[in-house]
Design a protein around this ligand. Structure first.
Ligand SMILES: [Zn+2]
Length: 123
């Protein structure tokens, strides 16, 4: 499925999760409907350190179709680390990073290879 957009409510929730977790990092999995990212699945035990996002995949329900991932960078950098790219490779096609201070523009979307991908925000 080609993922081209995210619902504004889902993006707002990711930014709020970044604020609430700060200065720690959160990680979540994303699911989509009709090509639009619409749901966020916070995986139990996924709150990690500052270095990289770690999702415990044994906690992921087997029926969850994973579109991608989202995690926060409390240091504010909006590009993936090497560890992030290794994680992206096994967790779907679209990967969102939200960064401090978690404002409306403090996020980016990446391909599994770590290249920036345009993602439209829809109501
Ligand atoms: Zn990261």
């Amino acid at each position: 499925m080609n993922i081209s957009a995210i619902q504004k409510s889902a993006l707002d929730l990711l930014l709020a999760m970044g604020r609430e977790s700060h200065p720690r990092e959160f990680a979540a999995l994303l699911t989509a409907e009709s090509g639009v990212i619409s749901d966020i699945n916070l995986i139990p035990g996924s709150i990690g350190g500052e270095a990289s996002a770690q999702v415990p995949f044994e906690m992921v329900p087997l029926n969850l179709h994973v579109t991608g991932s989202a995690h926060s960078h409390p240091n504010g950098t909006l590009f993936p680390s090497d560890a992030d790219i290794r994680f992206f490779a096994v967790s779907g096609s679209r990967h969102i990073i939200v960064g401090y201070p978690y404002g409306p523009d403090d996020w980016r979307c990446f391909s599994p290879e770590g290249r920036p991908v345009r993602l439209e925000v829809v109501p």
